[in-house]
Design a protein around this ligand. Structure first.
Ligand SMILES: [Zn+2]
Length: 237
């Protein structure tokens, strides 16, 4: 066989990298769906808070309106009393009371108008949040279906890559197998690193000349800095 162990490891590393990419794709989809679900929960909490705010504002308006009605009734009673006043002094006192109550009601009316505007604004916010929740749910459902849809294809690809990897590994020399297995099991694609221009592509440290020469000749050796198994960049050999 003409292939050096370095060539073999280069092929094996490519398969490891592809496998890692597909596995990451498998994990990415569900993570994105979960993030959308969390965002929906947050929006629902915002919506609930806004509904409570709207309700509180409505209650405040109702209370002020009741107050206004009761004050108007009181002024009505005072007018009756005014007509029945027994003295000028009593008349003046009742008159002053009516003026004060009328002024208070005018202030109350302004407050009610302000409060009604706030109720309307809160109602608009509630509607906007309801729309945002609905849109987010539609998007989450779409993404979940899309994520679910690609899983069989990704699983198939993973099986294919694992098989190709197992086949390629069969060609590795038995004396190298132990170091390789130990490293690959612990670090996956990260167990291996290419050497480009005498630099380890994992830790970017320049290799000692002797080590670089051996690797260029097709051997696979450990990087003394980062501990990866190093192989020569194939374009360079
Ligand atoms: Zn290194």
């Amino acid at each position: 066989m003409n292939k050096t162990i370095g060539d073999l490891v280069a092929e094996i590393h490519q398969l490891h990298l592809q496998l890692r990419e597909v596995q990451e794709q498998m994990e990415r989809g569900p993570k994105q769906v979960k993030a959308r679900q969390q965002a929906i929960q947050q929006k629902l909490a915002d919506l609930e808070a806004q509904k409570q705010k709207h309700k509180a504002l409505r209650i405040a308006v109702d209370q002020k309106s009741l107050q206004l009605k009761s004050n108007e009734a009181k002024i009505g009673d005072l007018r009756v009393k005014l007509n029945q006043a027994a003295s000028n002094r009593e008349f003046d006192i009742i008159r002053a009371q009516i003026d004060a109550d009328t002024m208070a009601n005018s202030v109350l009316e302004d407050e009610i108008l302000d409060a009604l505007e706030k109720v309307d604004a809160a109602q608009i916010s509630v509607r906007q949040l309801e729309e945002a929740v609905a849109a987010a749910k539609v998007e989450e459902t779409r993404l979940a279906a899309e994520t679910e849809g690609v899983i069989p294809g990704l699983e198939k690809r993973i099986t294919e890559l694992q098989q190709a990897l197992a086949t390629a590994e069969l060609d590795l020399p038995p004396d190298f197998m132990l170091s390789y297995r130990r490293m690959a099991q612990a670090y996956g694609a990260g167990a291996l690193a290419e050497v480009e221009g005498n630099i380890c592509s994992s830790c970017y440290v320049a290799l000692p000349t002797q080590l670089a020469v051996q690797i260029r000749a097709g051997q696979v050796l450990f990087c003394k800095t980062c501990g990866r198994l190093l192989y020569a960049c194939r374009e360079a050999t």
